[in-house]
Design a protein around this ligand. Structure first.
Ligand code: SAM
Length: 315
Protein backbone atom coordinates (compact mmCIF):
# COMPACT_ATOMS: atom_id res chain seq x y z
CA UNK A 1 0.00 0.00 0.00
CA UNK A 2 1.32 3.49 -0.83
CA UNK A 3 2.79 5.56 1.96
CA UNK A 4 2.37 9.32 2.19
CA UNK A 5 4.06 11.97 4.28
CA UNK A 6 2.56 15.09 5.84
CA UNK A 7 4.66 17.80 7.47
CA UNK A 8 2.35 19.65 9.85
CA UNK A 9 2.44 23.20 11.08
CA UNK A 10 3.54 23.34 14.72
CA UNK A 11 1.05 26.11 15.61
CA UNK A 12 -1.61 23.70 16.86
CA UNK A 13 0.28 20.41 16.68
CA UNK A 14 -2.10 18.25 18.71
CA UNK A 15 -5.07 19.47 16.67
CA UNK A 16 -3.13 19.00 13.44
CA UNK A 17 -2.11 15.41 14.28
CA UNK A 18 -5.63 14.43 15.38
CA UNK A 19 -7.09 16.03 12.26
CA UNK A 20 -4.84 14.14 9.86
CA UNK A 21 -5.35 10.89 11.77
CA UNK A 22 -9.15 11.25 11.70
CA UNK A 23 -9.10 12.05 7.97
CA UNK A 24 -6.86 9.09 7.15
CA UNK A 25 -9.16 6.73 9.08
CA UNK A 26 -12.25 8.32 7.57
CA UNK A 27 -11.05 7.63 4.03
CA UNK A 28 -9.60 4.20 4.81
CA UNK A 29 -10.22 2.69 8.23
CA UNK A 30 -7.28 0.31 7.79
CA UNK A 31 -4.79 3.19 7.41
CA UNK A 32 -1.58 2.75 9.38
CA UNK A 33 -0.25 5.93 10.93
CA UNK A 34 3.16 6.79 12.30
CA UNK A 35 3.90 10.11 14.00
CA UNK A 36 7.44 11.46 14.25
CA UNK A 37 7.07 14.90 15.85
CA UNK A 38 5.35 17.08 13.21
CA UNK A 39 5.85 14.49 10.46
CA UNK A 40 3.02 12.01 9.93
CA UNK A 41 3.54 8.95 7.74
CA UNK A 42 0.34 7.29 6.55
CA UNK A 43 0.03 3.95 4.83
CA UNK A 44 -3.36 3.96 3.16
CA UNK A 45 -5.14 3.31 -0.10
CA UNK A 46 -6.13 7.00 -0.20
CA UNK A 47 -4.04 9.36 -2.26
CA UNK A 48 -2.02 11.85 -0.19
CA UNK A 49 -3.52 14.72 -2.11
CA UNK A 50 -7.07 13.84 -1.10
CA UNK A 51 -6.15 13.93 2.59
CA UNK A 52 -4.00 17.01 2.21
CA UNK A 53 -6.74 18.93 0.39
CA UNK A 54 -9.10 18.55 3.34
CA UNK A 55 -6.65 19.23 6.12
CA UNK A 56 -6.08 22.64 7.69
CA UNK A 57 -2.55 22.42 9.02
CA UNK A 58 -0.49 20.55 6.42
CA UNK A 59 2.57 22.50 5.27
CA UNK A 60 4.00 19.96 2.82
CA UNK A 61 2.78 16.55 1.72
CA UNK A 62 3.54 13.92 -0.87
CA UNK A 63 4.14 10.27 -1.57
CA UNK A 64 7.01 8.33 -0.09
CA UNK A 65 9.13 6.43 -2.57
CA UNK A 66 11.20 4.66 0.02
CA UNK A 67 12.88 4.85 3.37
CA UNK A 68 16.58 5.48 3.20
CA UNK A 69 19.39 4.23 5.30
CA UNK A 70 21.86 6.80 3.97
CA UNK A 71 21.97 9.44 1.33
CA UNK A 72 22.49 7.03 -1.51
CA UNK A 73 20.04 7.35 -4.38
CA UNK A 74 19.84 5.16 -7.45
CA UNK A 75 18.30 5.32 -10.89
CA UNK A 76 15.25 3.24 -9.88
CA UNK A 77 14.12 6.00 -7.54
CA UNK A 78 13.68 8.47 -10.34
CA UNK A 79 11.04 6.53 -12.26
CA UNK A 80 8.59 9.19 -11.10
CA UNK A 81 10.46 11.87 -13.03
CA UNK A 82 9.99 10.04 -16.31
CA UNK A 83 7.02 12.15 -17.40
CA UNK A 84 8.04 15.33 -15.62
CA UNK A 85 9.61 18.19 -17.55
CA UNK A 86 10.76 20.10 -14.49
CA UNK A 87 11.66 19.35 -10.88
CA UNK A 88 13.05 20.90 -7.75
CA UNK A 89 14.76 19.23 -4.75
CA UNK A 90 13.84 20.08 -1.21
CA UNK A 91 15.41 18.92 2.03
CA UNK A 92 13.21 18.87 5.12
CA UNK A 93 15.36 18.54 8.19
CA UNK A 94 13.34 17.49 11.23
CA UNK A 95 16.38 15.92 12.88
CA UNK A 96 18.69 17.51 15.40
CA UNK A 97 21.63 17.26 12.97
CA UNK A 98 22.86 20.31 11.12
CA UNK A 99 23.05 20.09 7.33
CA UNK A 100 24.10 22.54 4.69
CA UNK A 101 20.68 22.46 3.05
CA UNK A 102 21.35 24.53 -0.12
CA UNK A 103 24.46 22.44 -0.82
CA UNK A 104 22.58 19.17 -0.32
CA UNK A 105 19.71 20.33 -2.50
CA UNK A 106 22.15 21.26 -5.24
CA UNK A 107 23.96 17.92 -5.17
CA UNK A 108 20.69 16.06 -5.17
CA UNK A 109 19.56 18.15 -8.15
CA UNK A 110 22.80 17.33 -10.00
CA UNK A 111 22.33 13.64 -9.29
CA UNK A 112 18.75 13.68 -10.54
CA UNK A 113 19.75 15.54 -13.72
CA UNK A 114 22.10 12.65 -14.55
CA UNK A 115 19.31 10.06 -14.39
CA UNK A 116 16.42 11.99 -15.87
CA UNK A 117 15.58 14.40 -18.69
CA UNK A 118 13.73 16.72 -16.36
CA UNK A 119 15.23 20.17 -15.85
CA UNK A 120 15.66 21.87 -12.49
CA UNK A 121 13.16 24.73 -12.01
CA UNK A 122 12.72 26.60 -8.74
CA UNK A 123 9.21 28.02 -9.29
CA UNK A 124 6.21 25.79 -10.04
CA UNK A 125 8.07 22.66 -11.13
CA UNK A 126 6.06 19.58 -12.20
CA UNK A 127 7.58 17.51 -9.39
CA UNK A 128 9.17 18.36 -6.05
CA UNK A 129 11.53 15.68 -4.80
CA UNK A 130 11.89 15.58 -1.01
CA UNK A 131 14.49 14.20 1.32
CA UNK A 132 13.17 14.19 4.85
CA UNK A 133 15.56 13.70 7.75
CA UNK A 134 14.34 12.77 11.20
CA UNK A 135 16.29 11.51 14.19
CA UNK A 136 14.94 8.02 13.59
CA UNK A 137 14.60 7.49 9.83
CA UNK A 138 15.05 9.33 6.57
CA UNK A 139 12.51 9.36 3.77
CA UNK A 140 12.65 9.99 0.09
CA UNK A 141 9.44 11.17 -1.57
CA UNK A 142 7.85 13.48 -4.07
CA UNK A 143 4.81 15.61 -4.69
CA UNK A 144 3.24 16.96 -7.84
CA UNK A 145 2.38 20.62 -8.04
CA UNK A 146 -1.41 20.89 -7.80
CA UNK A 147 -3.52 23.90 -8.60
CA UNK A 148 -4.38 25.81 -5.42
CA UNK A 149 -8.09 25.38 -4.67
CA UNK A 150 -10.07 28.61 -4.60
CA UNK A 151 -11.05 29.70 -1.08
CA UNK A 152 -14.68 30.71 -0.47
CA UNK A 153 -15.20 34.46 -0.58
CA UNK A 154 -16.78 36.57 2.15
CA UNK A 155 -18.52 39.76 1.05
CA UNK A 156 -19.22 40.67 4.66
CA UNK A 157 -17.09 39.98 7.71
CA UNK A 158 -17.58 40.68 11.42
CA UNK A 159 -15.20 40.97 14.41
CA UNK A 160 -16.44 37.76 16.09
CA UNK A 161 -15.96 35.55 13.03
CA UNK A 162 -13.89 32.41 13.44
CA UNK A 163 -10.65 31.69 11.62
CA UNK A 164 -11.33 29.33 8.68
CA UNK A 165 -8.59 26.86 9.67
CA UNK A 166 -10.02 26.31 13.14
CA UNK A 167 -13.48 25.97 11.62
CA UNK A 168 -12.25 23.42 9.10
CA UNK A 169 -10.32 21.46 11.71
CA UNK A 170 -13.51 21.14 13.80
CA UNK A 171 -15.39 19.71 10.82
CA UNK A 172 -12.54 17.29 10.15
CA UNK A 173 -12.11 16.21 13.77
CA UNK A 174 -15.57 14.67 13.76
CA UNK A 175 -14.98 12.93 10.42
CA UNK A 176 -17.87 14.41 8.43
CA UNK A 177 -17.79 12.91 4.94
CA UNK A 178 -18.49 14.51 1.58
CA UNK A 179 -22.25 14.45 0.92
CA UNK A 180 -23.13 14.47 4.64
CA UNK A 181 -24.67 17.49 6.36
CA UNK A 182 -23.57 19.60 9.30
CA UNK A 183 -25.50 22.16 11.28
CA UNK A 184 -24.12 25.36 12.81
CA UNK A 185 -26.81 26.77 15.12
CA UNK A 186 -24.73 29.92 15.93
CA UNK A 187 -23.58 30.51 12.37
CA UNK A 188 -22.69 34.24 12.59
CA UNK A 189 -21.14 35.25 9.26
CA UNK A 190 -21.43 31.67 7.97
CA UNK A 191 -17.78 30.58 8.24
CA UNK A 192 -18.71 26.95 9.03
CA UNK A 193 -21.21 26.82 6.18
CA UNK A 194 -18.69 28.18 3.66
CA UNK A 195 -15.95 25.86 4.86
CA UNK A 196 -18.23 22.82 4.78
CA UNK A 197 -19.51 23.55 1.30
CA UNK A 198 -15.98 24.10 -0.01
CA UNK A 199 -15.34 20.47 1.03
CA UNK A 200 -18.51 19.09 -0.58
CA UNK A 201 -20.40 18.88 2.74
CA UNK A 202 -23.96 20.25 3.00
CA UNK A 203 -24.66 22.77 5.71
CA UNK A 204 -27.56 24.23 7.68
CA UNK A 205 -27.07 27.47 9.60
CA UNK A 206 -29.05 29.33 12.26
CA UNK A 207 -28.61 32.68 13.94
CA UNK A 208 -31.12 34.50 16.11
CA UNK A 209 -29.72 37.91 15.15
CA UNK A 210 -31.32 39.18 11.94
CA UNK A 211 -28.18 41.16 11.07
CA UNK A 212 -25.94 38.07 11.28
CA UNK A 213 -28.51 35.96 9.45
CA UNK A 214 -28.43 38.44 6.54
CA UNK A 215 -24.62 38.53 6.48
CA UNK A 216 -24.42 34.71 6.36
CA UNK A 217 -27.05 34.66 3.61
CA UNK A 218 -25.08 37.12 1.50
CA UNK A 219 -21.85 35.18 1.99
CA UNK A 220 -23.50 31.94 0.91
CA UNK A 221 -25.06 33.61 -2.13
CA UNK A 222 -21.75 35.17 -3.19
CA UNK A 223 -20.24 31.68 -3.50
CA UNK A 224 -23.33 30.20 -5.16
CA UNK A 225 -23.56 27.72 -2.28
CA UNK A 226 -26.81 26.13 -1.20
CA UNK A 227 -26.75 26.06 2.62
CA UNK A 228 -30.12 26.60 4.24
CA UNK A 229 -30.08 29.39 6.83
CA UNK A 230 -32.72 30.15 9.43
CA UNK A 231 -33.16 33.31 11.45
CA UNK A 232 -34.05 31.51 14.63
CA UNK A 233 -32.97 30.44 18.11
CA UNK A 234 -30.61 27.42 18.22
CA UNK A 235 -33.31 25.38 19.99
CA UNK A 236 -34.55 24.58 16.46
CA UNK A 237 -31.75 21.96 16.16
CA UNK A 238 -33.97 19.51 18.07
CA UNK A 239 -36.79 19.74 15.52
CA UNK A 240 -34.61 19.20 12.46
CA UNK A 241 -32.25 16.62 13.94
CA UNK A 242 -33.06 14.14 11.16
CA UNK A 243 -31.57 16.53 8.60
CA UNK A 244 -27.93 16.61 9.73
CA UNK A 245 -25.13 14.24 10.74
CA UNK A 246 -23.20 16.51 13.04
CA UNK A 247 -23.02 19.89 14.74
CA UNK A 248 -20.03 22.21 14.36
CA UNK A 249 -20.35 25.54 16.09
CA UNK A 250 -18.71 28.41 17.90
CA UNK A 251 -20.85 29.69 20.78
CA UNK A 252 -21.21 33.34 21.78
CA UNK A 253 -18.52 34.78 24.08
CA UNK A 254 -20.43 37.91 25.03
CA UNK A 255 -17.72 40.11 23.51
CA UNK A 256 -18.70 41.34 20.06
CA UNK A 257 -21.87 39.44 19.32
CA UNK A 258 -25.43 39.76 20.55
CA UNK A 259 -26.62 36.95 22.78
CA UNK A 260 -30.12 35.83 23.64
CA UNK A 261 -29.04 35.34 27.28
CA UNK A 262 -25.69 35.31 29.16
CA UNK A 263 -23.08 33.14 27.36
CA UNK A 264 -23.10 30.68 30.32
CA UNK A 265 -26.84 30.28 30.00
CA UNK A 266 -26.63 29.85 26.22
CA UNK A 267 -24.05 27.07 26.59
CA UNK A 268 -26.04 25.35 29.35
CA UNK A 269 -29.29 25.45 27.38
CA UNK A 270 -27.48 24.36 24.21
CA UNK A 271 -25.91 21.30 25.90
CA UNK A 272 -29.35 20.26 27.12
CA UNK A 273 -30.83 20.20 23.60
CA UNK A 274 -28.03 18.51 21.62
CA UNK A 275 -29.58 15.46 20.00
CA UNK A 276 -28.00 12.12 20.95
CA UNK A 277 -25.92 10.07 18.50
CA UNK A 278 -24.70 13.11 16.53
CA UNK A 279 -21.08 13.99 15.98
CA UNK A 280 -20.34 17.21 17.84
CA UNK A 281 -17.48 19.74 17.70
CA UNK A 282 -18.15 22.91 19.67
CA UNK A 283 -16.03 25.87 20.62
CA UNK A 284 -16.63 28.11 23.64
CA UNK A 285 -14.82 30.31 26.13
CA UNK A 286 -12.78 27.93 28.29
CA UNK A 287 -13.80 29.33 31.67
CA UNK A 288 -17.50 29.10 30.83
CA UNK A 289 -17.19 25.40 29.92
CA UNK A 290 -14.95 24.70 32.94
CA UNK A 291 -17.57 26.18 35.27
CA UNK A 292 -20.16 23.88 33.73
CA UNK A 293 -17.72 20.89 33.98
CA UNK A 294 -18.40 19.91 30.37
CA UNK A 295 -17.11 16.51 29.31
CA UNK A 296 -16.40 15.08 25.88
CA UNK A 297 -14.18 12.51 24.21
CA UNK A 298 -11.46 15.12 23.63
CA UNK A 299 -10.76 18.75 24.53
CA UNK A 300 -8.29 21.20 23.00
CA UNK A 301 -7.34 24.57 24.42
CA UNK A 302 -6.66 27.46 22.07
CA UNK A 303 -4.97 30.45 23.64
CA UNK A 304 -5.94 33.73 21.96
CA UNK A 305 -4.89 36.44 24.41
CA UNK A 306 -4.72 36.82 28.16
CA UNK A 307 -8.45 37.20 28.62
CA UNK A 308 -9.54 34.64 26.02
CA UNK A 309 -8.71 30.95 25.85
CA UNK A 310 -11.10 28.88 23.80
CA UNK A 311 -11.93 25.23 24.18
CA UNK A 312 -12.83 22.90 21.34
CA UNK A 313 -14.86 20.02 22.72
CA UNK A 314 -15.42 16.87 20.70
CA UNK A 315 -18.33 14.68 21.75
C1 SAM B 1 -19.19 33.66 18.20
S1 SAM B 1 -20.47 34.07 17.10
C2 SAM B 1 -20.29 32.90 15.81
C3 SAM B 1 -19.29 33.35 14.81
C4 SAM B 1 -19.20 32.45 13.59
N1 SAM B 1 -18.52 31.22 13.87
C5 SAM B 1 -18.48 33.18 12.45
O1 SAM B 1 -17.38 32.73 12.05
O2 SAM B 1 -18.97 34.22 11.99
C6 SAM B 1 -21.91 33.54 17.90
C7 SAM B 1 -23.20 33.81 17.17
O3 SAM B 1 -24.27 33.27 17.96
C8 SAM B 1 -25.44 34.06 17.72
N2 SAM B 1 -26.40 33.78 18.80
C9 SAM B 1 -26.39 34.23 20.07
N3 SAM B 1 -27.44 33.72 20.77
C10 SAM B 1 -28.11 32.90 19.92
C11 SAM B 1 -29.25 32.06 20.02
N4 SAM B 1 -29.95 31.97 21.16
N5 SAM B 1 -29.63 31.33 18.95
C12 SAM B 1 -28.95 31.43 17.76
N6 SAM B 1 -27.87 32.23 17.59
C13 SAM B 1 -27.45 32.94 18.65
C14 SAM B 1 -24.90 35.49 17.66
O4 SAM B 1 -25.76 36.32 16.93
C15 SAM B 1 -23.53 35.27 16.96
O5 SAM B 1 -23.63 35.53 15.58
Amino acid sequence: MPESFFVLSKDYLELAIDEITTLAKMYDRFSKIKIISNLVIIQSKTNWNEISNRASFVKVSGQILRKMSGLFLDEGNFEILKNAKTFVCRIINLSSNQFNIPELENSMGDMISKFSHAKAKMENPDITVYLIFTNKENFFGFSKTMKQKKRPKKVKTYPHELDWKLTRVMINLIGIKQGETICDPFCGTGTTLLEAESMGIHAIGMDFDKKMFNIAKENIKENKFKSEIFNTDFQEIEKISGKYNGIVTDLPYGLNSKTSEKPEEVLKRFISVIPKRKKIAIMYKKEIGDNLKLKGSKKYEIYRHKSLTRTILIK
